[in-house]
Design a protein around this ligand. Structure first.
Ligand code: GLN
Length: 268
């Protein structure tokens, strides 16, 4: 059987796979590359390490989470490639930035010890490290439907006044555990706390990024193939059901505890 001709060539850049890629975030790069190929396009994955030049042609970016120490190790390089990333982002290049890299795409991440790591300011968000961590399964309502993932961060992120969030929290903490927002979205840049990894569990988000990348790479509308996502869909739906029922139960017991003791009980 002869292979059909490629619909085009998409260059996917994984930012800092050594320093910034935890809790399975590498799965996002693997998911994007696999889906790009299954849709009938060629995919070139470029691992970007500090000190390296970016390729001339780039159509899609992925950056993952990391420790605070990893974030300080990539800070200098981000300052070098920052102008290029700003230009690409405002020009509509799709990018997905998770947790630590989401924080670095904001104005700053101020660690719990008071160290100020300046970010790129592509997203109008600012993050401060807290003494407690926000950990667990998380469910969102987003422009791509319900999205599920896993969060683990001590940074609490506040959105600037005009900044659109990525989604609204239905279960979990999100940006700060207080205002019900999760992540941020500007042009085709998505910043989010969701590990999991987010893209294999939520293929609609992956395909939205791929569609924008394919259009940029070929100058033509995205020509998707029909992919079977039944296993991912089933896994996501079950996980959402489980997390929503657990969060409803804990909200109920917190309410009971509050009236019993007459004191303050967090609903989370
Ligand atoms: N250091 C950041 C925080 O804890 C990022 C963590 C992460 O990427 N999972 O807020």
């Amino acid at each position: 059987m002869s292979t059909p001709p490629s619909k085009g060539r998409i260059v996917l850049v994984h930012l800092y796979p050594r320093e910034m890629s935890i809790y399975g975030d590498l799965g996002n790069t693997r998911c994007l590359a696999a889906r790009i190929r299954r849709h009938g396009y060629e995919c070139v994955v470029h691992d970007h390490h500090p000190g390296m030049p970016l390729p001339e042609q780039t159509h899609l970016f992925m950056g993952g989470g990391g420790q605070d120490s990893g974030q300080s190790r990539v800070e200098d390089d981000l300052a070098v490639i920052g102008d290029r990333l700003h230009g690409l982002a405002s020009d509509g290049t799709p990018m997905v930035m998770i947790c630590g890299m989401y924080q670095m795409f904001g104005h700053a991440f101020i660690t719990h010890d008071g160290v100020d790591l300046p970010g790129l300011g592509i997203l109008d968000v600012t993050t401060r490290g807290q003494s407690t961590r926000m950990i667990g399964g998380i469910v969102l309502d987003t422009g791509f439907g319900e999205v599920v993932g896993f969060e683990n961060h001590s940074g609490a992120t506040m959105l600037g006044s005009g900044q659109q969030p990525f989604g609204q929290v239905r279960a979990g903490f999100g940006n700060n555990g207080v205002d019900g927002t999760e992540g941020a979205r500007t042009h085709n840049v998505i910043g989010s706390y969701l590990h999991g990894p987010i893209l294999p569990a939520n293929p609609r988000v992956a395909d939205a990024l791929i569609a924008a990348a394919a259009e940029r790479a070929t100058g033509r509308p995205f020509e998707p193939a029909e992919l079977d996502d039944s296993v991912a869909d089933e896994a996501r739906i079950r996980q959402i059901r489980r997390l929503l029922s657990t969060s409803a139960k804990s909200a109920k017991s917190a309410k009971g505890a509050k009236s019993a003791k007459g004191g303050w009980v967090s609903s989370r």
